[in-house]
Ligand binder design. Structure first.
Ligand code: SF4
Length: 56
């Protein structure tokens, strides 16, 4: 993996509004609902992921 690819994978790709989420270990998750309002989507290991996730 070259530096450019690594940079692209760590780049935020967009913001989004989310309601349902299964990541119950996140501090923004209440009864499998996201309370963060908007989140940042990132790419990790070629998969989209929530960049706003914060452990409780
Ligand atoms: S911030 Fe991300 S991981 Fe946390 S509840 Fe919202 S969508 Fe899920």
């Amino acid at each position: 993996m070259n530096t450019e690819t690594q940079t692209n994978q760590q780049k935020d790709v967009q913001t989004s509004t989310v309601t349902a989420c299964a990541a119950t270990s996140c501090r923004y998750n209440e009864n499998q609902q996201c309370t963060a309002g908007t989140i940042q989507l990132v790419v990790k290991n070629d998969m989209p992921a929530c960049g706003t996730y914060t452990a409780r």
